[in-house]
Design a protein. Structure first.
Length: 217
């Protein structure tokens, strides 16, 4: 498809690789400081700088990764991210407990992904000062996460699933499903099997997903 951002990545890949190597010579704290300053740059230079920095800071980073303005990234060394991924502006991504994002994932603006949670067992301390525990998050291939979602620690989202805008995901989402609500629950299949089932007989019909519905109650 012409005009897509990944075409620009392809055209300028040699320049980006050279920029990545030069930035890799800087200390990690300086690179993280430059990440913050990248918001002051125009769109394309800022996107290029964040991508090159991510290639150095992340545990693994693929090709054609777009990071929007004002994305806060914590513990990038515990983040593995695939190719053709977009994380749009004002997202909060904390990989403390480990975070894997596979290829072809799109994460809309103002979404939070938090791979840790606070404990509160030590009553001699305020809850905010109690230790935190991490639990890895896994986001499969070709997942679309709508704006303003909250993906909480220990969650896995199966491939080719959609998380509706505003959903709070606290439990695993199987592959090929649409999850909505607070807390998020699976409401229907969006896979090929669902389309085939819906056209059997005299016309469209409702599709039952009782096993998944019961799992999320």
């Amino acid at each position: 498809m012409k005009g897509r951002g990944r075409d620009a990545f392809s055209r300028f890949r040699p320049v980006l690789r050279m920029m990545e190597k030069l930035l890799g010579l800087a200390p990690k704290p300086l690179q993280k400081w430059m990440w913050t300053l990248s918001d002051l740059l125009p769109d394309l230079p800022g996107t290029a700088l964040r991508y090159c920095l991510l290639r150095n800071l992340a545990h693994r980073c693929g090709d054609n990764v777009l990071i929007g303005r004002s994305v806060e990234l914590r513990y990038p060394e515990r983040l593995s991210i695939g190719s053709n991924v977009s994380i749009h502006k004002q997202c909060y991504v904390d990989a403390y407990g480990g975070l894997t994002i596979e290829d072809e994932v799109s994460i809309a603006h103002q979404t939070s992904i938090v791979s840790f949670q606070h404990t509160w067992s030590d009553e001699s301390l305020p809850i905010r000062d109690n230790p935190v525990t991490g639990a890895a998050i896994s986001i499969g291939r070709d997942v679309w996460i709508g704006c303003g979602c909250r993906i909480l620690s220990g969650v896995s989202i199966g491939s080719r699933s959609v998380i509706a805008a505003g959903a709070v995901v606290t439990k695993p989402v199987p592959s090929g499903m649409l999850a909505v609500g607070v807390p998020a629950r699976v409401v229907k299949s969006i896979g090929r099997a669902a389309k085939e089932s819906a056209t059997i007989g005299n016309g469209p019909r409702m599709i039952s997903h009782e096993p998944y519905t019961q799992h999320y109650q």
